[in-house]
Design a protein around this ligand. Structure first.
Ligand code: MTE
Ligand code: MO
Length: 415
């Protein structure tokens, strides 16, 4: 019964394939392998920076339970201060730039989608890995792009889903590379890149028929060359890079981040993810009655401002990929620990006036003790605006922006 139905479905697919008949004369193992080589070089960077970002968030810091998939607990350093700016910027930026290459690679292998499945066990296993590989990367692209456009449109936790999806993709990627590397190397050697880059459409010929069935049995006359296809994909990647990089730059070039909602801010200001109004905090909660609760002591804003102030140029780097460096002033976290009577803090828990996912953040000992780690009262020479966290906010070198808690209500130093 089931086999009968499968057989019918297969026949239907085959007839669709017959009708569509993938006829591009440039499709073939060489072109697929060129896209494959680019992805083989670049995707490990996206994978490693993504995993590093997860390490940077720290254990339990983001409300996402990933069970057995958790990484070893490593203390994320505070130096260099731009570390998270770099890893997160690379992860998001390169992830965006590679989208045309991924799409081109999928286009180049599309006849396989309609090919009859092999009875050979190894070939079947290879197909199974493709489900992980293709499903995994499309899921990562879609969730990642949605997240950088509008924070949290998901019913599920972006962090947990993107992270679990990453492991599915990584498994597919490793298996696919292991199975296909010899084919890729052989195919790359079958033609010369230099020659292809000099071949116009008129002289473009299909590759010889291949075992994998990528080359069209009845190719159409060429309308573009392999050079043209590479230029289209490369041009798309460069265009995306140009529209993305601005979100990590300060100065006039920031306005070039046209694709990204946080690329644009009021003149003289820097991005805000959640505004004061959006936080739902009542203005009274951050008015004259506001106190910083350190357990042993409670301080007014004036009392905080009367303590020794320290100034540092530090980046805010958001999980969404944007980053900016500003000049922050405030009280050193280690001075506040001393005031709270904790001489040797082993970490800290920061609580916000705000309820919800940003209500709490955990800091390691190293993050509390760094001389540039601040409870900031001012930025760029003026009091914080409410949108940037007035009366006081945390800023710590190399700490993901998401943990730089705004509208701080309390800091608990642990011993
Ligand atoms: N209480 C609170 N703190 C918060 C947030 C928030 O929504 N609520 N957003 C975080 C995120 S995701 C980032 S990137 C930074 C952004 O700081 P900014 O809005 O001052 O640029 O603040 C962090 N601190
Ligand atoms: Mo963020």
């Amino acid at each position: 019964m089931v086999t009968e139905r499968l057989g019918r479905a297969r026949a239907a697919l085959a007839s669709v394939a017959m009708r569509i008949r993938w006829r591009s004369p440039i499709r073939g193992p060489w072109l697929t392998s060129v896209f494959g080589l680019v992805l083989l070089c670049a995707l490990p960077v996206v994978i490693v920076t993504g995993l590093l970002d997860w390490v940077a968030y720290g254990p339990g810091a983001i409300p996402a339970d990933v069970g057995a998939l958790h990484l070893p607990r490593l203390d994320w350093p505070t130096r260099p201060a731009w570390l998270f700016r770099l890893t997160q910027g690379l992860h998001v930026g390169l992830g965006i730039v590679l989208v045309p290459v991924v799409l081109a690679k999928l286009w180049s292998v599309i006849p396989k989608l309609f090919a009859r499945p092999d009875r050979n066990l190894l070939k079947l296993a290879e197909r199974a890995t493709l489900v992980l590989l293709v499903g995994g990367i499309l899921f990562e692209i879609v969730t990642g792009l949605l997240n950088i456009q509008y924070d949290y449109v998901f019913g599920f936790s972006f962090y947990a889903a993107h992270y679990a999806g990453a492991w599915v993709f990584i498994a597919g990627f490793v298996l696919h590379v292991a199975l296909k590397l010899p084919t890729m190397v052989r195919s790359l050697r079958s033609r010369s890149l230099r020659t292809e880059l000099r071949t116009p459409p008129a002289r473009t010929r299909p590759e010889p028929p291949d075992e994998g069935g990528l080359v069209a049995p009845e190719p159409d006359p060429p309308t573009t060359s392999r050079r043209g296809a590479l230029a289209l994909v490369g041009g798309g990647a460069v265009l995306l890079a140009g529209l993305t990089v601005g979100q990590t730059l300060d100065g006039p070039l920031r306005a070039t981040a046209l694709l990204l909602p946080r690329g644009r801010t009021a003149p003289g200001d820097f991005p805000v993810n959640r505004t004061f109004v959006a936080s739902g905090i009542s203005p009274d909660a951050v008015g004259t009655g506001w106190r910083l609760d350190l357990g042993a002591v409670r301080l007014t804003r004036d009392e905080l401002a009367a303590l020794p102030q320290h100034t540092a140029d530090l980046p805010i780097a958001c999980v969404e990929g944007w980053s900016t460096q500003q000049t922050w002033s405030g009280v050193r976290l280690r001075d506040l620990a001393a005031l709270a009577g904790v001489a040797d803090p082993t970490g800290a828990t920061v609580r916000s006036v705000e309820e919800g996912p940003f209500a709490r953040a955990a800091l390691t000992a190293g993050q509390v003790l760094d001389p540039d780690s601040l409870l900031a009262l001012r930025v760029n020479g003026s009091d914080l605006t409410r949108d940037h966290g007035y009366p006081a906010r945390v800023i710590v070198p190399a700490l993901p922006g998401v943990h730089c808690t705004k509208w701080v209500a309390a800091i608990g130093f642990s011993r």
